[in-house]
Structures are given as C-alpha cells and as structure tokens.
Design a protein around this ligand. Structure first.
Ligand SMILES: Cc1cc2nc3c(=O)[nH]c(=O)nc-3n(C[C@H](O)[C@H](O)[C@H](O)COP(=O)(O)O)c2cc1C
Length: 180
C-alpha cells in the first residue's frame, strides 16, 4: 500500500481479534516508530505479553474511573469498554523530559499508526494506557521505560474482524486555508 493511501485509510480501530501480530510486522512497526521526526530522546516499549497487556488494561480502567474527569469516568463506565480494546500489541512511547517530549512521542506514534495501516493492521493512538503507568511506577519499570523518561502516548495494534473497520468515510475538512 502506498503512503498516501495508508495515511488516508488510517482510522482509530477499537475492536481487535485475538490473533497475535507476527514478529516481522512488529519489527517493521518498531522501525517506523524510530523513523519519525524527533527533538530529544525517546523510547519505545513494545508489549505483546498478554499478562502485561491485561495489567495495563485493568489499571487504566481503574485510573479512568478514579480520574475525576467526567469524560474519562463516563467512558470507563460504558458497558463492555476496555481501554486497550483487546489489542494484541501495545507500543508505549516515552520521551526524555523537555519542552518537545509530547511532540516527539506523538510523531513516533503517528508513524506507527500509518505503518500499521499499510500492513492491514488496526491501530489506535491513545493516552488512556498512560494513566495506568502514571498510577503505578512499578509498571513503567516493568515495561522498560528508562530512568528520566516519561511515558507520553501509546498505540494499540492488532488484527480486526474485517477491513471494513477502516472504511468509514471522513467528513469534508473545513480547517484548511491556503496562502498563495
Ligand atoms: C492526544 C490524543 C489522545 C487520544 N487518546 C485516546 C484514547 O485514550 N483512547 C482512544 O480510544 N482514542 C484516543 N485517541 C484517538 C482519537 O479519539 C481519534 O484519533 C479521533 O477521534 C479521530 O478519529 P480517527 O483516529 O479514527 O481518525 C486520542 C487521540 C489523540 C490525538
């Protein structure tokens, strides 16, 4: 799939089947994560261990419920809602503390979502798993976040029931102007 098609096809996928993402695809995604623009050090924790994924999912759900934020609380209490949506892999992107940590991690995560789409994998850029890591620093250590780095964002990855999950057309954008 060419890059423009993958960019335009990418959607946040919120339902995954239990099939594992193959190691060669994980490696392509990790390389994509490291191909993004950056302004400072960043680190990618690639999580495919089911027990760790369940731990993050449960702790994120609890953190959302206890967040005091109406949107997060409502979402967490939606029947059947799971923060990781059953994804079989999760990339957590951490960055060195600094003014561009968020931007650097987000660039990397976005590259992963586009590469995933090109591989016909579902993906979802998310911050909810970060709540689990903030609530439990032991969990950050467990997934290999280096000392001095802050977990910023995550990408859920996995196979979807059908490629139709990608096919919802986007609304026409009215947020672009051209200075010619
Ligand atoms: C900063 C940020 C945080 C996000 N966090 C979550 C999240 O925790 N869970 C989730 O399901 N989606 C999350 N999203 C995905 C957005 O909901 C999604 O990108 C947006 O609704 C547009 O839909 P699309 O990705 O399908 O084009 C996040 C997106 C951004 C930019």
């Amino acid at each position: 799939m060419d890059a423009i098609k993958a960019i335009e096809k990418r959607k946040s996928i919120r339902s995954y089947v239990s099939k594992q993402v193959e190691a060669d695809k994980i490696n392509i995604l990790a390389r994509a994560a490291n191909s993004a623009p950056k302004a400072g050090g960043f680190h990618i924790s690639v999580i495919t261990n089911t027990r760790v994924l369940i731990d993050i999912d449960e702790k994120a759900l609890t953190a959302m419920k206890n967040s005091g934020n109406d949107f997060l609380t409502q979402r967490a209490n939606t029947p059947g809602y799971r923060p990781l949506y059953g994804a079989s892999a999760l990339f957590v992107i951490s960055a060195e503390k600094g003014p561009y940590a968020q931007a650097t991690a987000s660039c990397s995560a976005t590259a992963v979502t586009i590469a995933a789409t090109a591989l016909n994998l579902g993906s979802c850029y998310m911050v909810s798993p970060i709540l689990a890591l903030t609530a439990d620093s032991g969990l950050s250590a467990k997934i290999g976040v280096p000392e001095g780095y802050t977990p910023i964002c995550a990408v859920a990855l996995g196979y979807t029931e059908s490629e139709d999950a990608f096919s919802t057309p986007r609304e026409a954008a009215d947020n672009i102007n051209y200075c010619e």
